[in-house]
Design a protein around this ligand. Structure first.
Ligand code: SF4
Length: 80
């Protein structure tokens, strides 16, 4: 039970971090290096069969706009 709660908190923090990085990108404040990482992840997710029509990962349930921009997470299928 406690382990599940910790996992959810960790996932929430990762998503918040991803959305924060999305805002930075929109404002032109993220580094070129990070943008390359986000773009490469995005391309992999875009062609992944686990991507839903609502742009979520069907394995972990995360919104991909944020997940692909969180440097503290990784693909649950080890695709990136
Ligand atoms: S995070 Fe991984 S499993 Fe999920 S949609 Fe992207 S590539 Fe597919």
């Amino acid at each position: 039970m406690e382990k599940d709660k910790n996992k959810r908190v960790s996932q929430f923090k990762q998503i918040v971090s991803g959305y924060s990085n999305l805002v930075k990108s929109k404002l032109g404040l993220s580094s070129e290096e990070d943008e390359k990482i986000f773009q490469a992840r995005r391309e992999i997710c875009n062609s992944c069969p686990e991507r839903s029509a609502m742009d979520r990962c069907l394995v972990c349930g995360c919104p991909l706009a944020a997940k692909t921009r969180s440097l503290q997470t990784n693909c649950p299928k080890q695709n990136w």
